[in-house]
Ligand binder design. Sequence first.
Ligand SMILES: [Fe+2]
Length: 264
Amino acid sequence: MLIVQLSDPHIDIHHPEKSGALRRAVDHLLSLPMRPDAVLVSGDCTEHGRPDEYALLRELLRPLTVPTYLIPGNHDDREEFLKAFGPQGTQGLPGFAQFVVELGPVRVLALDTHCPGANGGQLDAPRLGWLAERLGEAPRTPTLIALHHPPLLTGLKVMDSIGLDGTHALQELVGAHPQVEAVVAGHLHMRLVRRFAGTLVMTAPALEYAWLPDLTQPDKLIVQRQPPGYLLHHFTPDTGLTTYASAVSPGPWETLHDGQGWAP
Ligand SMILES: [Fe+2]
């Protein structure tokens, strides 16, 4: 089971470089020898949440031809988002883009952390209650929780000021449900991994770039723009979940080991 996570495309009609970044990521994905079973876009799907942006996003994702699921970020507009993508998955929470996707042995719980008018995210009682019910009904099914705002503090003041309200409650819920293989997010435009409630939280870079922050100046946000990329969450019953990171800058394929021995 291979679930590809693209994040933060920020599609903007007036900024064709954003569309170009998503197009390159889709092209790269299509060039791989392995085919994803599903693609997840983890929020900030558009820059302003406008219908024309969602229409363009849909057109850019069309070549993927595998089931594609999207969750909103702070830049999205929930009403327009729901109009554009309708109900997704199963067991949707009415009024939110929050739903379940059953992918063979893996269950994805997609959470909606959008909070209208705010850049920070929110998990309030209805959204957390829905998550508690979903986690409670399949305690032995390997589960991936996907949301836009990662439940963590980085120490980078600017990013922490637009973090996730509801992190503590989420931590308690996840800690009580060991079937959660990982919590995957976007929002930071950086690749990072850290421990969380007995599992891992990890973030995907933005499709236009990955930021590497200057950690010596946490009161500011000073970043180096690095090549963009995305995550590949690979699950097999034997190995559990392994997440690979790909850059969107294809190099040649090389056989390093042919199954018999290492290449000279
Ligand atoms: Fe973003």
